[in-house]
Design a protein around this ligand. Structure first.
Ligand code: TYD
Length: 219
C-alpha cells in the first residue's frame, strides 16, 4: 500500500500521558513512542513526540518560567494555556491534519489537576480557557499513571534538582491525583488508568494491549 493511500485511510491520533510527578510516565512514554514509530513507519506516518509545558520554541521558554519562577496562580494557568495555544497551532493540529500521530507528555488534564485540583483555581475558569484555546479538540486516548502521593514522593526523593512543582507537599499531590480521577469519571471512555505500582514490564505490556483494544483503528 502506498504512502498516500494509508494517509487517506488512517486519521491522525492524539495520545497523552498524565499523572502526578514521580508516577513514571516519562519512561513509558519513550518506549511507547518507539513501538508506535515501528508500527507506523511502514504506513508512511510519523509519530510526534512532544510535551507540555513546551513543545515549541516559545513553549519551552515558557516551561522554564513555569517550572522555576514564582507567580500568581492565574498567571501560571494563563501561561500554561498560552503555551498550549502555540503548541496546538504549530505542532499538534498540523500533525493531525497530515494524518500523523501525536504523543504528548501532559496536556490540559494536567492544568485541571495541578492548577485546579492542586492549587485550587476555579474549574469554571479553566473550562473557559480550555474552550477558548482548544475548541472541540481533546486527546483521543489518555494514559493516566495513578499512584499514591506517598509512594511518588519516595521515588522523587531520588531527583537531585526538583522543580517548583516537584517540591510541593504530599497533600498538594493528593489533590492533584483526586482531580485527575474526577476527570476520568467525567470522560471514562478517553482514559486508561494505569496502576503505577506495577512493574515497568507489566505496565509496558498493558499500554500496548490497551492501544490494541482501544477504539483507535487497528495498526
Ligand atoms: P513533568 O511533565 O513531570 O516533566 P519532568 O518529567 O521533566 O519533570 O513536569 C512538568 C510539570 O509541570 C509537572 O510538575 C506538572 C506541571 N504542569 C502543570 O502544573 N500544569 C500543566 O498544565 C502542565 C502541562 C504541567
Amino acid at each position: 500500500m502506498g504512502k498516500i493511500n494509508s494517509r487517506m485511510i488512517l486519521p491522525g491520533r492524539f495520545i497523552t500521558f498524565e499523572g502526578i510527578d514521580g508516577a513514571g510516565k516519562s519512561t513509558h512514554l519513550k518506549n511507547f513512542v518507539q513501538v508506535l514509530r515501528m508500527r507506523l513507519a511502514p504506513l508512511g506516518l510519523q509519530v510526534i513526540d512532544t510535551r507540555e509545558p513546551g513543545g515549541t520554541p516559545l513553549g519551552e521558554k515558557l516551561r522554564t518560567l513555569l517550572l522555576h519562577e514564582t507567580m500568581h496562580l492565574e498567571t501560571e494557568a494563563l501561561l500554561m494555556f498560552a503555551g498550549r495555544r502555540e503548541h496546538l497551532t504549530r505542532v499538534i493540529e498540523p500533525a493531525l491534519a497530515r494524518g500523523d500521530w501525536v504523543v504528548s507528555d501532559r496536556f490540559t488534564d494536567a492544568t485541571f489537576a495541578y492548577q485546579g485540583g492542586g492549587r485550587g483555581l476555579s474549574l469554571d475558569k479553566l473550562v473557559t480557557l480550555e474552550t477558548w484555546v482548544q475548541g472541540e479538540r481533546q486527546p483521543d486516548l489518555t494514559f493516566l499513571f495513578d499512584l499514591a502521593p506517598e509512594i511518588a514522593a519516595r521515588r522523587m526523593a531520588r531527583t537531585r534538582f526538583p522543580d517548583k512543582f516537584e517540591r510541593e507537599s504530599i497533600i498538594f499531590f493528593a489533590r492533584v491525583r483526586a482531580e485527575y480521577l474526577r476527570r476520568v469519571s467525567v470522560a471514562p471512555e478517553r482514559f486508561v488508568v494505569i496502576d503505577a505500582t506495577k512493574s515497568v514490564e507489566a505496565i509496558a505490556l498493558q499500554i500496548l494491549d490497551e492501544l490494541d483494544r482501544s477504539k483507535i483503528p487497528a495498526l
